[in-house]
Design a protein around this ligand. Structure first.
Ligand code: LLP
Length: 434
């Protein structure tokens, strides 16, 4: 469920007309719904009622400091992966002490920054990393809290580039070697064993792989509790969202119409399957969902530049491009595309929806059917709240898009459109070329 809907013929985010936002701030612009994020957060919490559960929002999905502040206000900690993300949490006025630090290549400087800011725990991906964290903690004269990321070798049945829990992925320590890794960790004087972690992949659309992973790692977590007194089990993130029927899925009627055996994964189904399996462990459960929290809370608003009619093929050229939203080019992912002004009297158009960047990969959708649109008209890419802006680049010297946050009938710019001067601020022509 989300808060994007047509009011009359105009697409709204909560009670704000998106065309008005585009008029004020231009395009391409990401627009986010604060209410949708809050709903997602509280549904996840309710789904896991009965557990001592702490959501640590995976901020790589969307790390704008306004959004971090919103989640912090809701009670979230963060799953962060770099020194930059630690500094974003601080810039948002939020706490690092309820956050966990993941990633396969944390630098000494990043480990130091995390320790100085009282990180809740490091999620350790390898044995050399244990030694490095111990070394940095020793220099600071502290004990570093850690959990080891266990790779349960479960197939998440998702896109190959976002599967993480198979034995041939670079992540974590295989379950069969994990006991030895904990023994090694226990010998380091500057490490404090606090928990165990796993994450099997992203955009999972069924609960079965989560169940399989919890059933594999749960007994190991119980052993660690008995042996080292661990207090938490982080079960990672990965809950998928609706991309195909994104707009319709904002309405309860759409959910009611889904056949029982084809219902998309919800926090309720997720909780119903996992709570009974996790509760007997008597551990605090951390959750690292990113996409579920923000994915359906954001759209990318763009403007049509031209409708180019080719031989047997139409191209709708828009002012957003793969630099703004790379997911279709990178993962062949589907984003629903809808007009901001809906007009049922128009003819249907079948076209490739493309950006202006000079490569064929700059294509958002092939042979997509939508209402006929012309130059200057506006459209929205749905389900763009997660891994949209955070994966954007400046390719073709296109500045980063603007970002706007809506709350009820109010909206505010939370990130200005990047200017050319900002883009080249760090560049210079060396003396030997002058
Ligand atoms: N925890 C860990 C250790 C992770 O590596 C990730 C995501 C998450 C949590 C959050 O996963 P989520 O709940 O968002 O599925 N750029 C890709 C997704 C990459 C996910 C990377 N790791 C995409 O656009 O689909």
């Amino acid at each position: 469920m989300h808060h994007f809907h047509y009011s009359g013929s105009s697409l709204h985010c909560e009670s704000v007309d998106l065309a008005g936002v585009a008029k004020l701030y231009g395009t391409p612009t990401y627009v986010y719904s604060a209410a949708t994020m809050a709903d997602n957060y509280s549904r996840l919490q309710r789904g896991l009622a009965g557990l001592d559960a702490q959501p640590c929002y995976a901020m790589k999905a969307n790390s704008n400091i306004a959004i971090l502040r919103h989640f912090a206000n809701l009670g979230a900690g963060f799953d962060l992966v770099s020194g930059g993300e630690i500094r974003r949490v601080l810039a948002a006025g939020a706490h690092v002490k309820t956050s966990v630090f993941a990633g396969v290549g944390k630098t000494e400087a990043e480990i130091k920054l995390a320790l100085e800011n009282g990180i809740f725990s490091f999620h350790v991906e390898s044995e050399p990393e244990l030694a490095r964290i111990n070394h940095v903690a020793g220099k600071l004269g502290v004990k570093a809290p850690i959990a080891i990321r266990v790779n349960p070798d479960v197939d998440a049945h998702t896109h190959a580039k976002i599967t993480t829990g198979k034995s041939d992925n670079k992540f974590g320590i295989p379950l069969k070697h994990a006991a030895a890794a904990y023994e090694a960790a226990a010998k380091y004087p500057h490490l404090q064993i606090k928990g165990v972690q796993m994450h099997i992949g992203s955009q999972l659309t069924s609960v079965a792989p989560f169940v399989e992973a919890v059933e594999k790692v749960g007994p190991f977590a119980a052993e660690l509790k008995a042996k080292y007194g661990i207090t938490y089990f982080s079960i990672g993130g990965g809950m998928g969202i609706i991309y195909k029927d994104a707009l319709a899925s904002g309405q309860q009627a759409w959910w009611d119409a889904q056949p029982a055996d084809q219902r998309p994964l919800t926090p309720e189904t997720y909780g119903a399957a996992l709570v009974p399996r996790l509760k007997p462990l008597g551990l605090k459960i951390l959750l690292e969902h990113g996409r579920f929290m923000v994915g359906n809370s954001g759209v990318l608003v763009a403007r049509v530049e031209h409708l180019k009619r080719g031989a047997g093929k139409n191209f709708l050229v828009v002012d957003a491009a793969m630099n703004d939203l790379v997911r279709p080019a990178m993962y062949d992912s589907y984003h629903e595309i809808v007009p901001l002004h809906r007009d049922s009297s128009r003819r249907a158009l079948v076209a490739d929806i493309v950006g202006p960047i000079c490569e064929s990969g700059d294509c958002f959708a092939k042979d997509r059917q939508l209402q006929e649109l012309g130059e200057g008209e506006l459209l929205a890419f749905m389900s763009a709240g997660a891994y949209g802006y955070t994966m954007a680049s400046r390719y073709n010297t296109r500045g980063m898009a603007a970002e706007v946050l809506v709350n009820g009938g109010k909206f505010e710019l939370i990130n200005t459109r990047e200017t050319f001067e900002q883009m080249i601020a760090g560049e210079k022509v060396p003396a030997f070329l002058k």
